[in-house]
Every structure is written in C-alpha cells, then in structure tokens.
Write a protein that binds this ligand. Structure first.
Ligand code: FMN
Length: 285
C-alpha cells in the first residue's frame, strides 16, 4: 500500500489545483503608465536561460498591471521577500486583481529603493525588504522564445541585467558558509479562500556521489590531447576524477582556457584551486 498512487484530474492551474508544487514568492516591481511604481506578487517565476543568456520566465495573466507594464516598458525587477507573516499578509493583499498601482502603493508596507547607477523612471525600484532582487529586461524576440498558449496567459522571457543581494547574504553566498536566507515557499491558492505559505528549514548538505566519476587514465588521455601548450601534472589529473564523464572534456577545456588566460602552462592542484574558485576575486573584496 505504501507505493499506491491515485490519478488526480489535471485541472487548469494544475500546479496548485492538482499537485503540491513549491514555488517562490516574488514581488515584481514595474512602472505603470502614470509613472507610479506597481507591485505585483508572482510565484510562477523560474530560471529559464541558465548558461550564457541568463533569463527568468514569468507567467502572468495577460491583463495584469505587471503584464501591461512589461509590454510597455520592458523593465521589471523580481524581488525575493523573506518569510515573515506581516510581509506575506501584505503580499496577498497586493495580489488582489483590479487595483491600480496607486491604490496598491497606499496599501503597501514596502520600502521602494532606486537601483544604484540606473536612471530613475526607467528601471523600477527594488523592494528594500527583499533578500535579493533581479533586475530584468523583457526579450520579446519571437525567434528566441514564443509560446502560443491561451490568450489570457502570457509568458515573459526576462533577461537578467543584474542581481542585487543584501550584503550578509552576499557574503554567505560567495563564501559558501552554509547559511541560507529564509525565503517563503508558496503552495498556491488551493481552496478559493487562502494562499498557503510554508517556512523553509535550515538546509543540510549531502555529499556528491563518489566513485561515479572517471578513472585517472581517462583524464590523462584527455589532458594529453587538449592543448600541446598546457601540461597537466598527475596530481592535477587525480583531482578531477570525480567529474562525471559527460562533462569532463568541457570542464577540462575551460580549465585550460582559463589557465592560459592567467599565464599558466602547467596545471597543478594549486592552479586548479585558483581557477576553480570562480568567486576568488569576489572573496578578496
Ligand atoms: C503569492 C502570490 C503569487 C501569485 N502568483 C501569480 C503568478 O505566478 N501568476 C499570475 O498571473 N498571478 C499570480 N498571482 C495573482 C496576482 O498577484 C494578481 O493577478 C495581481 O492582481 C497581479 O498584480 P498586478 O495586476 O499589479 O500585476 C499571485 C498572487 C499571490 C498573492
């Protein structure tokens, strides 16, 4: 009986009506036509372009303020607010459809802060209470992304211009100190009465599987063929045996490119440390 399943009918908004789907809580700031800042709560906000062309996907009803503002101005800021019942109460109030930006501002408890170095009136302000805010520009090139779904739902591919993060969380992120902010989890609007939020618990760490990588001979074979100008020591080869085979060539090519850029012709474990620590420069700040 432990592994028995029931099929549930797939309804519209299936993520909240037909399943348990943990979602983030994001306050999207945009500029409305009157020039007032609009604050709209959204949970269908996900990473979309993850390598090179970094982007988020936002799904909204087509006639929301946020939707119309993005179509007109192309700019939006995705503000990730912390888990806090007062903040979430106000978030739900700001999610009541049909209110103008001005009416919502009167009701809002949030602090609006201009984005440093950006022209006021172009890039919307960030919510001061946020843990992090992602400043975005809508990419409306239909050759890149086009979704022909129902006319009342719209999908926005939002290119990431910058990510702003509170200094203490910046430190935790770049130093990997194991601390994580308390971001709410939204389980959606399930019963025509309430939105359901959950608090996150302190994360724990699970080591990556060992012994599933490649053997040293495979690494050596690759190392000797990648670039005649760059030599890999055995110790350096040994250090990367845990990389899954499918990523090995790409990872080693990147290491060689970065080593050359930094002026190294021999890759040792020390050089790997310097290269692999992508955040090295930031840590020294
Ligand atoms: C926590 C929360 C999450 C929401 N997520 C979404 C969403 O992902 N997409 C959507 O279309 N509406 C979502 N809504 C409903 C919108 O907030 C609502 O349509 C609101 O009127 C939008 O505000 P705006 O018109 O100022 O953009 C959500 C509401 C709340 C409270």
């Amino acid at each position: 009986m432990k592994h028995k399943f029931e099929e549930i009918r797939v309804l519209d908004n299936f993520y909240q009506t037909s399943s348990f789907y943990p979602m983030p809580v994001v306050l999207v700031t945009t500029y409305s036509e009157s020039g007032a800042v609009n604050i709209g709560p959204y949970s269908l906000v996900f990473p979309f372009g993850i390598a090179d062309k970094h982007a988020m996907m936002l799904i909204s009803r087509v006639d929301s303020n946020t939707s119309m503002n993005i179509q007109r101005t192309k700019k939006a800021v995705l503000n990730f607010i912390p888990y806090n019942k007062k903040i979430l109460k106000n978030t739900v109030r700001l999610g009541f459809p049909g209110q103008t930006a001005e009416e919502k501002l009167d009701d809002s408890i949030f602090t609006l802060i201009p984005v440093d170095g950006e022209e006021n009136g172009v890039v919307p302000p960030i919510i001061g209470e946020s843990i992090q805010s992602i400043v975005c520009t809508w990419d409306d090139n239909e050759d890149i992304f086009r979704y022909k779904g129902r006319e009342d739902e719209s999908h926005y591919l939002l290119r990431i211009d910058k990510i702003l993060i509170k200094p203490n969380w910046y430190k935790s992120l770049v130093n990997g100190d194991g601390k994580f902010p308390s971001l709410p989890i939204d389980y959606g609007y399930r019963d025509n009465q309430y939105f359901w939020f959950a608090e996150h618990k302190a994360p724990y760490k699970e080591p990556l599987p060992k012994g599933k990588g490649v053997d040293i001979d495979t690494v050596r074979y690759q190392a000797d063929r990648l670039d005649p100008e760059v030599f890999w020591t055995d110790e350096a080869c040994e250090r990367i045996v845990a990389i899954p085979r499918v990523f090995l060539k790409r990872a080693m090519t990147q290491i060689v490119e970065q080593a050359k850029e930094m002026g190294y012709s021999t890759i040792t474990p020390e050089v790997l440390d310097i290269i692999r620590d992508k955040r090295n420069q930031e840590k020294r700040r």
